[in-house]
Design a protein around this ligand. Structure first.
Ligand code: PLP
Length: 370
């Protein structure tokens, strides 16, 4: 799909204002050797401004730096904000690619619609990634498992305390180098089942990638840590019966007969690009793939009687994370032997292989950025 776009032309619609104070080559090399994800950012950021009269304008790449925000900016009060997350991967020949950006662009528009923000075209979304990555291409690491994390986001910038959709909006993309998620090998994580909290409610914003959903997941995440677990899983808010997802990752179950299952999208689950890619790859391997409601009680019973062989979580950041066990006030189970499952690891290998150019990209999932 993205191959129909002229990426050079998209990038040229962004005016570039190079920083007069770039990071030195030595300093950058040190950062790329041991990336401090989320703390250290590349030299520039891409930016587009919107207002209700003029629409999207001022496509530009500027020096990375603090934003000027009025204390009465709407986003600070009513959380009208959305974001995306994707990665730029360096291939062996030095070229730089990203994975299914048109899917992120489409999701960004769905999120915008739900949050009453203006929709950004696929051309502007992908154009902003190309423009930023071409400017900061030296920030894309080349070590195995490393990448440049790209964070597009949009927020209500209007100075106005009235409660309505903002008439002024800013869209930006920032980039942070990231190392291997599992630096010391892939380790299964333990999951706490949230008791008194839900991530999303029927009719709410669960299917949108918005900061507010994350704000609501932080307290249950603290509860998970206190219970000795690394991540929290949420149940549906209406019946408190069915597994939905983690705070920022989708869930998969592999049965002992090879069936691959994931909770169906009911409006309260975020539709992950990794999730949809895994559904495809599992189907291609000949697995029966089912999207349906999965009751927590059914999962726990299946783990106990051995009919559930593997459970994993997935998302852009960690790709695929094996799940070793589940806990809640009355549950404490280990999935199989508690180690990383075979299909879990095979899918992880295949997906990261496609992203990094080591496995054939048979669906045209990659877009070349630089
Ligand atoms: C971003 C996100 C995911 C994973 O989506 P990917 O597109 O695979 O990165 C899953 N759940 C939530 C709540 C998310 O915000």
């Amino acid at each position: 799909m993205s191959t129909s776009l002229d990426l050079g032309e998209l990038a040229r619609s962004f005016e570039v204002y190079p920083t007069s104070n770039p990071t030195s080559a030595e300093e950058r090399a040190a950062e790329l050797r041991a990336p401090r994800f989320g703390t250290v950012f590349s030299d520039h950021m891409a930016r587009i401004t919107w207002n209700i009269d003029g629409g999207w304008r001022d496509r530009r790449v500027v020096e990375y730096g603090p934003l000027l925000l009025d204390p009465a900016a709407a986003v600070l009060h009513y959380a009208q904000e959305i974001f995306e997350g994707l990665k730029a991967y360096r291939h062996a020949d030095g070229s730089v690619w990203t994975f299914r950006p048109e899917a992120n662009a489409a999701r960004f528009r769905r999120s915008a619609r739900r949050l009453a923000l203006p929709e950004l075209s696929t051309e502007d979304f992908i154009g902003s990634l190309v423009a930023l990555v071409r400017q900061d291409v030296d920030w894309v690491p080349d070590a195995e498992g490393f990448s440049l994390y790209l964070r597009p986001f949009m927020y209500a910038s209007e100075t106005f305390l009235g409660v309505r959709a903002s008439h002024e909006v800013e869209y930006l993309v920032i980039a942070s180098p990231v190392g291997s998620y599992f630096a010391d090998g892939v380790k299964p994580v333990s999951i706490w089942i949230a008791q008194d909290y839900h991530r999303a409610g029927k009719g709410g914003t669960g299917a949108a990638k918005c900061g507010g959903n994350y704000a609501a997941s932080l307290l249950p995440q603290i509860e998970a840590y206190e219970q000795g677990c690394e991540q929290v899983a949420f149940l549906d808010d209406v019946t408190e019966t069915y597994l939905e997802e983690l705070g920022g990752m989708n869930l998969f179950v592999v049965k002992s007969d090879g069936t691959v299952e994931t909770p169906e999208l009911t409006g309260t689950i975020l539709e992950g690009v990794t999730r949809s890619s895994i559904l495809q790859l599992a189907r291609d391997r000949g697995h029966q793939v089912v999207e349906r409601k999965i009751a927590l009680s059914e999962l726990i019973a299946g783990i106990q009687d051995g009919s559930v062989a593997e459970v994993f979580a997935c998302g852009t950041a960690a790709v695929i994370t094996p799940i070793g066990g589940f806990k809640s006030t009355d549950i404490d189970v280990t999935v199989a032997d508690g180690g990383a499952g075979q299909l879990t690891m095979a899918l992880r290998e295949e997906l990261t292989g496609i992203q990094t150019g080591k496995v054939e990209d048979r669906y045209g999932w990659l877009t070349r950025l630089a």
